[in-house]
Design a protein around this ligand. Sequence first.
Ligand code: XMP
Length: 495
Amino acid sequence: DGFSATRLFNQGFSYTYDDVIFLPHYIDFPTDAVDLTTKLSRNLDLSIPCVASPMDTVSESSMAVAMAALGGISILHYNNLPSEQAALLRSAKSRRIPFVSDPVVKSPSDFISSSSAFDASPCVFVTASGTAKSKLLGVVSRSDWESLSDRHDAPLSDYMTKVPVTASSRYSFEQAAGIIAAKKIDYLPLVSEAGGELVDLVTASDVERIRGFPKLGLPSLGRDGEFLVGAAVGTREQDKERLEHLVKAGADVVVLDSSQGNSIYQIDMIKYVKRTYPELDVIGGNVVTAYQAENLIKAGVDGLRVGMGSGSICTTQEVCAVGRGQATAVYKVASIAERSGVPVIADGGIANSGHIVKALVLGASTVMMGSFLAGSNEAPGAYTYEGGRRVKKYRGMGSLEAMTKGSDARYLGDKSKLKIAQGVVGAVADKGSVLKFIPYTMQAVKQGFQDLGASSLQSAHDLLRSNVLRLEVRTGAAQTEGGVHDLVYYEKKSF
Ligand code: XMP
């Protein structure tokens, strides 16, 4: 019944995720028996197959710590100076808790003239330099400040609490939460063990918020024992200097970022990375064909990023007439990469958990997501309102706006002077915290695997290659039928 993948994907059509559907197989294990552990690249293991895309509206420090805490990984974008990208990396690597806090910090000679200083934080920290990452000298709570009544021009050093309860920034979230509960305190500053510098803040409301989310599984940790964090670089000469910054800052993996990765520039860069930093995994791409993949595998890549024009903000296929339907691309590249033991990242076009199941079963080891994560609390930028909906900005790295900021290397030939956009600027709906919706999404993926009788990614790949799993192409009407239809109204809520 149905078609084998080999037959379905060799008929001359370019299929995307929505075009294809798996036929159910046989269930002989519970959902929770599905194991989603995987590999990002030859030498890096993840406990969930999720990667945040190197885009400036997706992956900075907050996304990096949250994704690593969940067992996935973020690839930090490079639409910034090398020193700025390295600072984002260091910031993520310095943390053990699953979020980046934003404590209000002042210097001892500052004063607080209005209670608005406490609007965003239960207290104001006093450090030697008046900024975070400087020695913590004291703390002023709202009640300390209020008890001063008419002396609000007094310097903070006059009335700050000098020896607040602190904990080491090496403490895990659970350890910090334990201290907050045991000491019945509202907030706990986390300080560096060496210099007592303020690193983070955990509040009682953070504890309540995180406890309300599904329990975290195994975090992704690098060889250094810190959160696993990747970074993107280009393939120009000056990217070698960027790479050096990133390696010094502790990058666990680099992604060579190009929309058409099968180029002399990328092949030279892969060889350079492997020669200069033999310990560092390098991911190449993007590719969509077996030919492109073979070239990069020969050059020595440790992982392949697959997708051209499948991203929600991409206009590459319209502008350049080049690309491939993402289901076909993932299947074709994975078929080749698997023979060399090179894991494949299915990049772009993920809009729901079903797309993740399709990408993984068709041969990918992980999925890379932009729009799926861009509306989260952890994505950079603030929420705004659009037609009554809370949204966050999301833009293609090949959009004119992003290229103006510097990301033109990916989408322009080196000497091109005229900028042509291959992406758009838009907005996506507020989705809350990735710490909540990614675990739910993974549970949905496990249910898909269970329906297919696949208890792991390896088992799914084996069932597909041995033609046990069967697929079909969905007609336009079948796709409509497969979605919600014929309702006057419905509420789109799945957890
Ligand atoms: P999703 O669908 O997850 O896609 O939003 C994210 C992926 O899209 C790619 N990307 C672009 N592709 N023009 C393109 O053609 C762009 O401006 C652009 N920006 C990002 C990239 O592979 C990303 O991971």
